[in-house]
Design a protein around this ligand. Structure first.
Ligand code: TRP
Length: 444
């Protein structure tokens, strides 16, 4: 393929880690993880979640990096280069990540409005009503969502090194600094320390089948696995980048950020709030009663926005790479198509919360449909298929070489990863998938 030579790539190991950590660290860590944790009994859930990250998430992330790095191709060509006739698996990932963009961009747009409104002291009165008025309106949420998508567009057309790498090197350190400042502040509050002790104490009486489902779902979502985003980043790793080491760094950073976000949110005493309400209603309310409340609120929404932006550029890039490498378009044209498609889907998702709320499928508006379909169906299915592909379809010798020669996995660790990918991932994730579907249908 001729475009291989002019393919972009990350400049070095740090860039690879920051970009991939940027993809992983997102709304999933800062907004979703804390409330799912408190819904499921705090400390007990965290232990199960960490188990899922180590046994399922990490091997899958290594697998996806390996497929990308080995082939240096877009998701479709990557799978079909390793085994002819498997390109559809990459296509499924691209399809799923496109759907995720549809609703993820909407929430990302909200963070922008909330950061600006917090800085200008515009959120007043009833926080629930403010949220409801804003999200169900027609133009205002759309405007912020479009702005956010355009920010993605300009980073993506800057190229892999000039756009994604540069942006990650600015955004990720900033994100870590804001996170640390907020964490120190929340631990300094006495009620914070107390709330924290309560939530992190494991309460095994709250552990049910659903706890395991939630833990695995969260582990997959937070690591962005199965959707081609990590694959495309893996394909940009410089020769000599250690796959397993990079994956371990990404997983560690992702976990540290999730736990720190939980500390911040629990110490604000709002862990009992869930869903959208937590980040956009309960947090502003807490901040409003603190000294320098506007500053903390602005920092918090800036943190959410940065986390969202570094995740969405990996989604955008996975799909853009398809148009550039498979369809032979220029980067500008490919990116423009993705941007327009994302805007169309996001328009539907945003309006489905207000004006178009009456159009429903199985009781769900378009926003929830995108969310539930990708989380309950596509994420586990892609996890199962990716582990089967790497564990069973990829020629044993080729995979071993990829992981042990350049990947940096030693001969003793390699069989463990292979075992997890061949047996543990497909079986456990299938169980989750079936249970998830059953639980979902029961809940309808
Ligand atoms: N990991 C992201 C988060 O925690 C969300 C995500 C899920 C994602 N799948 C993805 C990001 C695919 C990029 C690509 O918020």
């Amino acid at each position: 393929m001729s475009s291989t030579e002019k393919r972009g790539g990350f400049g070095g190991k740090l860039a690879a880690i920051l970009a991939a950590a940027g993809s992983a660290i997102g709304l999933g860590n800062i907004w979703r993880f804390p409330y799912i944790t408190s819904e499921n009994g705090g400390g007990a859930f965290i232990l199960i979640y960490l188990g899922c990250i180590l046994l399922l998430g990490l091997p899958l992330l290594i697998a996806e990096f390996a497929v990308g790095h080995n082939t240096k191709r877009n998701p479709i060509d990557a799978f079909s280069t390793i085994r002819k006739g498997w390109g559809w698996l990459g296509a499924m990932g691209i399809f799923s990540v496109t759907l995720i963009m549809g609703y993820y961009f909407v929430i990302s747009g909200w963070t922008l409005n909330y950061a600006i409104s917090s800085a200008t002291n515009a959120i007043t009165g009833d926080y629930g009503a403010f949220f409801c008025d804003f999200t169900t309106a027609v133009w205002k949420p759309l405007l912020f969502t479009y702005l956010f998508i355009l920010a993605n567009h300009f980073i993506i057309i800057g190229g892999v090194q000039g756009g994604i790498e540069k942006a990650s090197k600015v955004m990720m350190p900033l994100l870590f600094v804001i996170l640390i400042v907020l964490a120190i502040y929340s631990l300094w509050l006495p009620e914070g320390r107390e709330a924290l002790g309560n939530v992190f104490t494991p309460d095994f009486s709250k552990v049910t089948g659903k706890t395991f489902l939630d833990a695995m779902g969260q582990a997959f979502f937070t690591l962005s696995v199965g959707m081609g985003a990590m694959l495309i980043y893996g394909s940009y790793f410089k020769d000599g980048t250690k796959i397993a080491g990079t994956a371990i760094s990404v997983v560690s950073l992702d976990t540290i950020v999730a736990l720190t976000a939980a500390v911040i949110i629990f110490s604000a005493g709002v862990a009992d709030q869930s869903g959208m309400q937590l980040a956009f209603v309960a947090m502003p309310k807490v901040f409003s009663s603190m000294p320098l409340g506007n500053l903390w609120a602005t920092l918090f929404f800036l943190l959410l926005g940065l986390a969202a932006l570094s995740s969405t550029i990996s989604m955008h890039e996975a799909v853009t790479s398809y148009f550039v490498e498979k369809r032979g378009m220029s980067r500008g044209v490919g990116a423009a198509i993705v941007t327009v498609v994302a805007m169309l889907l996001a328009t539907g998702a945003s309006l489905s919360l207000g004006a178009w709320d009456s159009y429903r499928v199985a009781g769900m508006n378009f926003f929830s449909l995108l969310d539930n379909f990708t989380a309950i169906v596509m994420l586990p299915v892609l996890g199962i298929l990716t582990s089967i592909f790497v564990g069973w379809v990829w020629k044993k010798e080729d995979m071993r070489k990829e992981l042990t020669a350049e990947g940096g996995v030693d001969a003793a660790t390699y069989p463990v990863i292979r075992f997890l990918l061949r047996y543990v991932c497909p079986v456990l994730v299938s169980v989750v998938f079936v249970c998830g579907i059953v639980a979902f249908i029961r809940g309808l």
